[in-house]
Design a protein around this ligand. Sequence first.
Ligand code: SF4
Ligand code: SF4
Length: 138
Amino acid sequence: MAAAPGKSCGPCTMCCSALEIAELKKPAGRTCPDCRVGGGCSIYADRPQVCRDYECEWLTRRDLSRTLRPDLVGAILMEDADSDEYWAVCGPERPMAWRHPRVFAHLVAVAKSGRTVVAKAGLVSWRIFASGEWGPTV
Ligand code: SF4
Ligand code: SF4
């Protein structure tokens, strides 16, 4: 999938910090050593395939507002490749960023469509329900 018209990562580097990248042996919440302050990758031309392939929901979906860019709200919206879950992944510095009103409203809307919606921050996660209720996963 390609970036939606008019969208680009710009200064956002959240997927280089908040996400676990097994291929790079990078745990969730630790910034990749090749991540430049202010945006971009210092090994862009030679970056691993996993980095070339990754695109968050915000980047590819036309219907997600520019104001939901991950670095602005503190949460990456994404499909989990290994399950049918829809995730909001937050960094350790803003673990409750998924409660940002615009992010939370989007997550509830996704839950109303029948999806399993989970917010994650490190090893902690919460389920968000169509009713607007939420609670820790077990
Ligand atoms: S989280 Fe999304 S917008 Fe931010 S750098 Fe990664 S792909 Fe780009
Ligand atoms: S190699 Fe580059 S694109 Fe991949 S996580 Fe590190 S900084 Fe980001």
